[in-house]
Design a protein around this ligand. Structure first.
Ligand code: B3K
Ligand code: ZN
Length: 892
C-alpha cells in the first residue's frame, strides 16, 4: 500500500489539545474469513468553548472502508461529512455531547503491514501503537484522547475458539451460523494505541499471582498448540516482574486478569496493550534446547518491560508521540533494573552500555540523530529508536545519579500521585522529580531537547606542595572549544548539559583516597560531581600522593569521555584496584580500543595487517587480571561501530582484518588459558541447564574461549568443535559450536553441520532464525549469492519480520560482504528495501537504516551507498517510512 511521499510532517511546537474528547467507545467486531465489519459507537464530548462548533476529524487510512455514519442514532447526510484516505471529517457536529456511530469494513487477511488488525498463521491480532488504530476504524487516534472501551468480538467458533480483548470478560455466548462471541470491558481509560484484540485457535497455560494487597490475578499465556510447552520461563518472568514492581516501586497490578499472546508475525518485540500483551513469539517461547542464554535474558527483560508499562505508559501515558521517551526511556530503565536485580548487576550494566555505545552513539552521529524528545517526524514508527529508548533510559539514570535511589523513588511516587489516569509530558516528569526532592532540576532539561552525544574531556593536576588534586572538566568536542557537542541535523550549536560524574580516586597502593572538596565536607570514598558548565574544576584537598582517577563510574552519564594523559599503566591500575566493577571492565575495554585503533592505523600506513608486530600484550594482562563473570567480556573486542568514532573514512574490511589478526594473536598467546577456561567451565555430563548468572557466565566464557581457539585454524580444534556441536545439550552450546565451526573455516565439516542443524530443527521456525542469521553473517567473500539463494529456501518467509531481520540484518553485519568493494552487498540491500517496501513499510525502513552510516566509510563506499539511497529515492510509490530515512540521509 505505498503512498506517494512526502506527506505531512508533525511538529512538537504545533501541539494543540483535541477539540473533542471520546468518553466511551463500544466496539463490535464481526470477524470474517475475508471481510471483517467493525461497528464503533462513541460518546463524544466537546473540548472547546460552547460558542464554537469546530469540525470533528477522525483519523483513518485507505484500507478502512466506511460503511455507515450515524449521529445520535440517525444516518448522517452525505453533505455533512467528508471521507478521505487520511480520515473522516464531520463538518458541523451537534452542540454538546453526542453519540457517533461508525461502521467500517476491513480485510485483515490481506494486511501485510502487520499494523491495525491482521492475521498471523490464520489467527487475528492487532498492533495499534503508534497509529494503527486508524487502520481499524475512524477515530481520534492520538494518545491524549483517553476513553473507556467495551469490546464485543464475534467469530466462527471452530476457527476462533479464543476471543480476547482488554479488561475483564463480562459476557459470552453463542451466535447464529456456528459463531460465538465474547464481551470485554476495560474499566481504565486508555488511548486507542493500547487497544488489542486476539481471536483464533490458541492453547493456554495459566498461573496465578497474589498481589501485595492479597488480590489473586489470573495469568494466562496463549500460543499455538505446538508451542504451549515452551512458556514456563515467560510465566516465571511475569511473576517475578509483578513482585519486583511491588517491592521496588510499590506498584501493584490493577486487574484480575493478565494475558500474554505469542504471535509469529510481529514487527517488533512486544506490545503492552492493557491486560492483553501481544508478543513476538521469539520473546515468549523458550526451552533450553531451543533458546540461548541471550534469548532467556531477552525474554525475562521484555516480559518485565511490557508488564512495567502497566504503570509507566498505561496508567500514566504520553500527551503526544514526541513524549514517547516519557514511557519508553522510563520503562527501559525499569526493565534494566529488574534484570540487574534478577541476574548479575555488573554484567548487565556492561551489556547495556556496550549496546548504547555501539549503536545509539552511532545513531546520534548520523543523519537520523534526534533528541530523546524529537521535535518533528514524518512517520512516528521511525522514532522507536535507540535514542528514545536506550539514551532515554540513561537520562532517567541521570535523575537517579543526582537524587540518589531514595530521592528517585520519592519522585516516582509523586509522579503517579499527580498524573495517574492522565496523558502527560516529559516536563511533567521532570517537575515531579524536582518537586518531590525540593531540587531545581532545570539543568537536566537540555537532555530532552539536544541531540548528539556530549563530549567530556578531563584534565587532572596534582600539587605535591599543597596536597591538592584538581580535575578540570570541559564539555567540548575533541579539543574544539567552540563546539560543546558536534552539530546534529537541525541543531548547529549546543549548550552545556548537567553531567553527573560518579567518581573516586585510587592511591598508588590501590587503596581509596578519602574525598574532600575544597571548602567542603568529607565525602567518603565516592562522590557524584555535577558538571554543568562548559568548563568547570573541582579541587580535592588532603591528597597525600598523586592518585589515579576513576571517573564516570557505572557510566553515570551517556557521554564520550576522554581523560587527558591517561596512560596504559593508569588503566592497568584501575583494572587491578577499582572498587567499581564497571570501571574495572572499562579500563580493559579502553586498552583494547587503543590497541585496535593503533593496529588499524599501522595497517593503513603499511598496507599490512599486524606488519609491525603489534600484539595483544595489554589484552593478555587484562585477561589475567579480570575474574569471574567479566572474563568473557575481558577478551571481547570492541565493536567496529565504537572504534569508527575515531577513525575517519574507515575501511570496514581492513578493520575486519585487524580484528581477525588480533583474534588469532590472542588465541595463540592465550591458548593454554583459553583451553583451561573451556575445561573449567564445561558442563558436567548430565548437568541440567540453568538460567542463572553463574551458569550463564560459565557458558559465556567457555564459548568465547572456543570462538578464539577456532580462529587458530587447527584441525584438532575443528574436530573438537564438531564433537561439541553434535553432543550439545542446550542451544547456547549448540549454536555457539556451529558459529565457531564457521569461524574456523569449518572445512568440509561445515556444510554437513549446517544441513544437520536444519534437519534437526526443520519444524522450529524460531531455531531456524539462528540458522539463517549465521549463514547470512558469514564473512566468506562472495556470500551475497548464497544469501540471495536463501531467500528461496522454505525456512525463509519474506512476510515474516523475524525472517527478514535474521537474513537481511544478519547480512548487513558482515563487513566483508555487505561492504564488498564491488558494491554487490549494497545493491542486494537496495533490492531488499524496495521489495519489502511493497509488503511492510516498518520492516523496509529497518533495512534501509543499514545505509544511514555511509558517512563513516571511505569515499568509494560512500559513493556506492549513496547511489543505492538515490536509487531508492527515485523509486515511485515509496512509503513515508522509507522516504523519511532516505531523504534525511541524502541531505546529510
Ligand atoms: N510500545 C511498543 C512499541 C511499539 C512500536 C510501534 N512501532 C513496545 C514497547 O516498547 O514496549
Ligand atoms: Zn516499551
Amino acid at each position: 500500500m505505498p503512498t506517494s511521499p512526502p506527506t505531512l510532517r508533525a511538529a512538537l511546537q504545533d501541539y494543540t489539545p483535541p477539540p473533542y474528547l471520546i468518553d466511551s467507545v463500544h466496539l463490535n467486531f464481526l470477524l470474517g474469513d475475508t471481510v471483517t465489519r467493525v461497528e464503533s459507537c462513541m460518546q463524544v464530548l466537546p473540548n472547546h468553548a460552547a460558542s464554537e462548533r469546530p469540525p470533528l476529524f477522525l483519523h483513518g487510512c485507505e484500507d478502512v472502508k466506511l460503511v455507515a455514519v450515524k449521529v445520535n442514532g440517525e444516518s448522517l447526510p452525505v453533505e455533512q461529512y467528508e471521507v478521505e484516505s487520511s480520515g473522516l471529517t464531520l463538518k458541523t457536529p451537534p452542540a454538546g455531547a453526542f453519540e457517533l456511530e461508525v461502521h467500517t469494513d476491513l480485510h485483515p487477511d490481506q494486511n501485510t503491514s502487520l499494523e491495525g488488525l491482521y492475521t498471523s498463521g490464520g489467527n487475528f491480532c492487532t498492533q495499534c501503537e503508534a497509529e494503527g488504530f486508524r487502520g481499524i476504524t475512524f477515530f481520534m487516534d492520538r494518545p491524549d484522547v483517553m476513553a473507556k472501551y467495551t469490546t464485543r468480538i464475534e467469530a466462527d467458533k471452530a476457527a476462533c475458539p479464543v476471543l480476547l480483548s482488554n479488561g475483564n470478560l463480562v459476557g459470552s455466548g453463542e451466535a447464529e451460523g456456528g459463531r460465538h462471541f465474547t464481551v470485554w470491558e476495560d474499566p481504565f481509560r486508555k488511548p486507542c494505541y493500547l487497544f488489542a484484540l486476539v481471536a483464533g485457535d490458541l492453547c493456554m497455560k495459566e498461573d496465578t499471582f497474589t498481589t501485595c494487597s492479597g488480590r489473586s490475578v489470573a495469568l494466562r499465556i496463549f500460543t499455538r498448540a505446538h508451542d504451549i510447552g515452551r512458556v514456563d520461563f515467560a510465566m516465571q518472568s511475569l511473576k517475578r516482574s509483578m513482585k519486583w514492581d511491588e517491592e521496588v516501586f510499590g506498584l501493584e497490578y490493577d486487574l484480575d486478569l493478565f494475558n500474554i499472546v505469542a504471535v509469529d508475525d510481529f514487527n517488533m518485540g512486544a506490545m503492552e496493550n492493557k491486560s492483553l500483551n501481544i508478543f513476538n513469539s521469539r520473546l515468549v517461547l523458550a526451552t533450553p534446547d531451543t533458546a540461548t542464554d541471550g534469548d532467556f535474558g531477552r525474554i525475562e527483560g521484555v516480559v518485565g518491560h511490557e508488564y512495567f508499562h502497566n504503570w509507566t505508559g498505561n496508567r500514566v501515558t504520553c500527551r503526544d508521540w514526541f513524549q514517547l521517551t516519557l514511557k519508553e526511556g522510563l520503562t527501559v530503565y525499569r526493565d534494566q533494573e529488574f534484570s540487574a536485580d534478577m541476574n548479575s548487576r555488573p554484567v548487565r550494566r556492561v551489556e547495556d552500555v556496550c549496546r548504547l555505545r555501539a549503536a545509539q552513539f552511532q545513531e546520534d552521529n548520523g543523519p537520523m540523530a534526534h533528541p530523546i524528545r524529537p521535535e518533528s517526524y514524518i512517520k512516528m514508527d521511525n522514532f522507536y529508536t535507540l535514542t528514545v529508548y536506550e539514551k532515554g533510559a540513561e537520562v532517567i539514570r541521570l535523575y537517579e545519579a543526582v537524587l540518589g535511589k531514595a530521592g528517585f523513588r520519592k519522585g516516582m511516587d509523586l509522579y503517579f500521585q499527580r498524573h495517574d489516569g492522565q496523558a502527560v509530558t516529559c516536563d511533567d516528569f521532570l517537575a515531579a522529580m524536582a518537586d518531590a526532592n525540593g531540587e531545581d532540576l532545570s539543568a537536566l532539561a537540555k537532555w530532552y531537547s539536544q541531540a548528539g552525544t556530549p563530549r567530556l574531556s578531563v584534565a587532572a593536576e596534582y600539587s605535591p606542595a599543597d596536597k591538592t588534586y584538581t580535575l578540570r572538566f570541559k564539555q567540548a568536542s575533541c579539543g574544539a572549544r567552540r563546539l560543546l557537542l558536534p552539530p546534529t541535523p537541525g541543531q548547529p550549536t549546543k549548550d552545556p548539559v548537567l553531567i553527573p560524574v560518579r567518581m573516586g580516586l585510587l592511591a598508588p597502593d590501590g587503596g581509596e583516597v578519602p574525598l574532600k572538596l575544597r571548602g567542603g565536607e568529607m565525602l567518603g570514598s565516592e562522590a557524584v560531581l555535577r558538571v554543568t558548565k562548559a568548563e568547570q574544576e573541582f579541587v580535592f584537598e588532603g591528597v597525600e600522593q598523586a592518585p589515579v582517577p576513576s571517573l564516570l563510574r557505572g557510566f553515570s552519564a551517556p557521554v564520550h569521555m576522554t581523560v587527558e594523559g591517561q596512560s596504559d599503566e593508569d588503566l592497568l591500575h584501575l583494572l587491578a584496584h577499582d572498587t567499581d566493577s564497571f570501571n574495572r571492565w572499562e579500563a580493559g575495554h579502553v586498552l583494547a580500543k587503543k590497541l585496535m585503533r593503533a593496529l588499524y592505523a599501522a595497517a593503513k600506513d603499511s598496507n599490512e595487517v599486524g606488519g609491525r608486530g603489534l600484539g595483544g600484550t595489554g589484552m593478555v594482562c587484562v585477561y589475567a587480571r579480570v575474574d569471574g563473570a567479566f572474563k568473557a567480556f575481558a577478551i571481547s573486542l570492541p565493536e567496529n561501530s565504537e572504534l569508527m568514532d575515531k577513525i575517519p573514512e574507515a575501511d570496514p574490511i581492513l578493520l575486519h582484518e585487524v580484528r581477525e589478526f588480533l583474534t588469532r594473536q590472542l588465541a595463540a598467546r592465550l591458548r593454554p588459558e583459553l583451553e583451561a577456561a573451556v575445561a573449567e567451565n564445561d558442563s558436567a555430563p548430565g548437568e541440567q541447564y540453568e538460567f542463572t548468572a553463574a551458569a550463564c557466565a560459565r557458558r559465556a566464557l567457555k564459548n568465547k574461549a572456543l570462538g578464539y581457539l577456532a580462529a587458530l585454524g587447527d584441525p584438532g580444534v575443528t574436530e573438537q568443535l564438531l564433537h561439541r556441536f553434535r553432543g550439545a545439550t542446550n542451544m547456547t552450546d549448540e549454536i555457539n559450536a556451529l558459529a565457531a565451526l564457521d569461524r574456523a573455516g569449518g572445512g568440509s565439516a561445515l556444510p554437513a553441520a549446517l544441513t544437520g542443524f536444519y534437519q534437526k530443527w526443520e519444524q522450529e521456525p524460531l531455531v531456524l532464525l539462528k540458522w539463517l542469521a549465521l549463514q547470512a553473517g558469514s564473512n566468506v567473500a562472495g556470500n551475497v549469492a548464497a544469501v540471495r539463494r536463501l531467500m528461496a529456501h522454505p525456512a525463509f518467509h519474506i512476510t515474516n519480520p523475524n525472517s527478514c531481520y535474521s537474513l537481511f540484518l544478519g547480512f548487513a553485519r558482515s563487513p566483508v560482504n555487505f561492504h564488498a568493494a564491488d558494491g554487490s552487498g549494497y545493491e542486494f540491500m537496495g533490492d531488499v528495501v524496495l521489495q519489502l517496501d511493497k509488503i511492510n513499510h516498518q520492516v523496509a525502513s529497518r533495512m534501509v537504516s543499514a545505509f544511514t552510516t555511509f558517512k563513516n566509510y571511505d569515499q568509494q563506499r560512500q559513493a556506492l551507498m549513496r547511489a543505492q539511497l538515490q536509487r531508492i529515492m527515485d523509486t515511485e510509490g515509496l512509503s513515508d517510512n522509507v522516504f523519511e530515512i532516505v531523504s534525511k540521509s541524502l541531505k546529510a
